[in-house]
Ligand binder design. Sequence first.
Ligand SMILES: C[S@@+](CC[C@H](N)C(=O)[O-])C[C@H]1O[C@@H](n2cnc3c(N)ncnc32)[C@H](O)[C@@H]1O
Length: 291
Amino acid sequence: MRLPGNKLKHLKEFFFTELSELYDESEIEAMFQAAAEHYLDFNLSDLIQKAEENINQSDVLKLYDCAKDLKKQIPLQYILGTAWFYGLPFSVHPGVLIPRPETEELVDIIIQENETATYILDIGTGSGCIPVTLKKNIPQAEVFACDVSTEALTIALQNSQQNEAEVHFVEADVLNASEFAKKLDKPFDLIVSNPPYIIKSERDSLAAHVLDHEPHLALFVDGDDAIIFYKKIIDFCKNSLAPAGKLYVELNPLTAESVKAYARASGIFDEFDLLSDMSDAIRFFRGIRKQ
Ligand SMILES: C[S@@+](CC[C@H](N)C(=O)[O-])C[C@H]1O[C@@H](n2cnc3c(N)ncnc32)[C@H](O)[C@@H]1O
């Protein structure tokens, strides 16, 4: 489809024509606003007041390409190269998971409950959204973060530098327990993780923009044991979570009770509970180690 002109209103019409089969009106409106803010530095009132203004050719092309990429179901955050998390900007590329609102909720709980944490570890850091945000909000803490993906660690380091939050990044495989413990040998008083937790049976229900574009290493738990990451993390806590230290993990509601049962059987937690997210799904585990 050709654009009827170079005015802002024409670009908006183009977004709606291209995307109305895939997204509802409010989603298209939100995507157009985010793209206009990113490429044109226009806020909401600019979008209303400047609807009749001509946009220069190079910006027209950027918005045109953006609409075309959205039509291919490429997530907007990958197209723009940025995702916002807890009020901070994070660079994102297809090598890392786009940070999710549920993870912001988890980070918010952690920040409210752990003002005095000293050694923090994030396992499976992806874009680095968790450790960078924790360092910004719990500044006295020394924050470590690991991932098995070199590509993710490169982006996470970039994000810690961009946001001026010092984080120690370590390449480590949490499924390889002995190597992992050697590389991360501190007692931590706070361990957090949002590990891969989508199980095979859920694959068909995923939206195309997730399944076709986000890294499967970040999304899926392979093999027959759906809670293998949680088991390895809880086992790691036996030696590496300090007395009275806390473990927080994001969960798949389908396996939450199994994770809780494994945590109970480990015998290391004094208190533990499952917490719900804003949509009322069981989403987080919190455990406090015995003194
Ligand atoms: C669900 S993503 C979470 C990313 C980020 N923490 C967030 O919340 O947006 C899971 C992360 O775990 C990493 N990962 C997968 N297998 C791993 C392993 N065996 N050891 C360490 N990290 C792993 C992936 O590369 C991915 O970055």
